[in-house]
Design a binder for this molecule. Structure first.
Ligand SMILES: Cc1cc2nc3c(=O)[nH]c(=O)nc-3n(C[C@H](O)[C@H](O)[C@H](O)COP(=O)(O)O)c2cc1C
Length: 204
């Protein structure tokens, strides 16, 4: 049957989402998945990036992460999309990548896969849920299977976000911590587990 193929496709300006993406990759690999880590291409001009040292540092730290292509979605049995909250919504960089999937959508190549999302915001009520729900609107159009963590693990009552892994970064003050890493581990295991079960069912 082969291992579950998982693409983790994210956008991150200042590194919070990149850090969560790495945690998801590590746990998904532990769970036996073959994983591709990909970043959405940057859209911002260099002048904007250079105005924020944390942004420039993250661009450099992630320079070896390949940019996502539509084939990374088509290849996968499961896709984890990650984006920082932007005014309670998905970042334009990740959205631009998603909006480039029209051809694959038209051919039915995005359907029947597992999808799940992760996010981060500066503040606690800054729009994490609305960002994830906005992301999940798109998955309905794909005919995808949204697999969310819910409160399926006792640890979810600590981070409290059933919609997906999320982190409050206080605009860079609060680094990704054990609570967020635990949430990422729960989400990665659940996504890989459900994708595995679907794959096994499809073989019968
Ligand atoms: C244009 C812009 C809009 C943002 N909108 C919000 C927001 O609505 N709510 C919030 O709490 N944080 C907001 N933030 C903060 C980021 O979402 C937050 O710092 C996030 O953790 C950054 O992730 P990254 O380090 O992966 O780029 C915004 C940041 C920018 C630059």
């Amino acid at each position: 049957m082969g291992n579950v193929k998982l693409s983790v496709i994210y956008y991150s300006s200042t590194g919070t989402i990149a850090e969560i993406a790495n945690a998801l990759v590590a746990e998904a690999e532990n769970a036996g998945a073959e994983v591709r880590l990909r970043k959405a291409p940057e859209l911002a001009p260099d002048a904007a990036i250079d105005a924020n040292p944390a942004w420039r540092a993250n661009v450099e730290a992630t320079s070896s992460v390949p940019e996502a292509t539509p084939e990374d979605v088509v290849w996968a049995d499961a896709v984890l999309f990650g984006s920082p909250t932007r005014f309670g919504n998905v970042s334009s960089q990740l959205k631009q990548f998603i909006d480039g999937l029209g051809g694959q959508w038209q051919q039915g190549l995005l359907a029947d896969k597992v999808y799940s999302g992760f996010t981060a915001s500066a503040t606690k009520h800054g729009g994490q849920e609305s960002t994830l729900l906005a992301l999940y609107n798109t998955i309905h159009h794909f005919g995808g299977i949204i697999v969310i963590p819910g409160f399926t693990d006792a640890t979810k009552f600590a981070d409290g976000n059933p919609y997906g892994t999320s982190h409050v970064d206080g605009q860079g003050q609060f680094k990704v911590d054990d609570e967020t890493r635990t949430a990422a581990a729960v989400q990665a295991r659940r996504v890989v587990g459900v994708a595995q079960a679907l794959k096994a069912g499809a073989q019968r």
